[in-house]
Design a binder for this molecule. Structure first.
Ligand code: ADE
Length: 247
């Protein structure tokens, strides 16, 4: 049973590739994939690219071409919810596309043809990811690179869309608009909902973990770049290895 580990950016994937055993690089659909083993279990590492379409193509290739049995996304996100701070981790319970709007034909944020707004993640995989994240952020698992302080593991809704959210005003509008409709989004990113939708189409378990790199505010682009270069990859590696040991 092969597990796909999907990251958005090469910087986020670097430590995973470095620790891959029996690594073999393959090209398909204009993308690089790494086949190998992690903790003696078969994996394929892939880059989703940035944005929903690139992520959907990669997820489809992983399922159709590489025959993976489940997909785990690891990457960074902007914190939207109260108390979701840089260095915290969000394990997604569900995703929605915050830029989906086929109103008035369909209710705002509903996926036409799917009769739903939210795409749930696999509960079992998500529980394993939460355990791995807690282990990473506490005690022995703790990695250098973040300011000292108690970083938390959150579990909840993540909003995806083809926008890098980089102003406090936009973040507030997004949070409040979704919140008024009962969607309490903890974080925002650009790929997860697309991968979740492909996994729903193929009935493949999907789970995602996002370390908070910025607060989606006016300094988001600076915080994001710094975080991705200094911390994200090592956190991803640590949490993914923790997960693989329990699969
Ligand atoms: N990924 C990380 N930070 C983000 C942000 N502020 N907006 C969208 N995607 C992100």
């Amino acid at each position: 049973m092969t597990t796909a580990i999907l990251s958005a950016l090469p910087e986020e994937q670097a430590s995973l590739v470095a620790r891959l055993e029996r690594a073999q690089r393959l090209t398909h659909a204009g993308r690089s994939f790494w086949r190998g083993e992690m903790c003696e279990r078969p994996v394929v590492l892939a880059l989703s690219g940035i944005g929903k379409v690139a992520a959907a193509t990669t997820a489809t290739a992983l399922i159709e071409h590489f025959g993976v049995a489940r997909i785990v996304f690891t990457g960074v996100a902007g914190g939207l919810g109260d108390g979701v701070n840089v260095g915290d981790v969000v394990v997604a319970q569900a995703f929605l596309q915050h830029d989906m709007d086929a109103s008035p034909l369909f209710p705002r944020w509903e996926l036409p043809g799917y009769a739903r707004t939210r795409l749930d993640c696999d509960a079992h995989l998500s529980t394993l990811l939460r355990d791995a994240a807690r282990n990473c952020l506490s005690g022995a698992g703790r990695l250098p690179g973040l300011d000292d302080g108690a970083h938390r593991v959150h579990h909840g809704l993540v909003a995806s869309g083809d926008r890098f959210v980089s102003s406090a005003q936009e973040a507030r509008q997004l949070r409040e608009g979704l919140g008024l409709a009962g969607h309490n989004a903890l974080a925002v990113e650009m790929e997860g909902a697309a991968v979740a939708q492909v996994c729903l189409d193929y009935a493949i378990p999907f789970a995602a973990i996002r370390t908070i790199s910025d607060r989606a505010d006016d300094t988001a682009h600076v915080d994001f770049a710094h975080f991705v270069q200094t911390v994200a990859s090592r956190y991803a590696e640590h949490m993914v290895r923790g997960l693989m040991q329990t699969l």
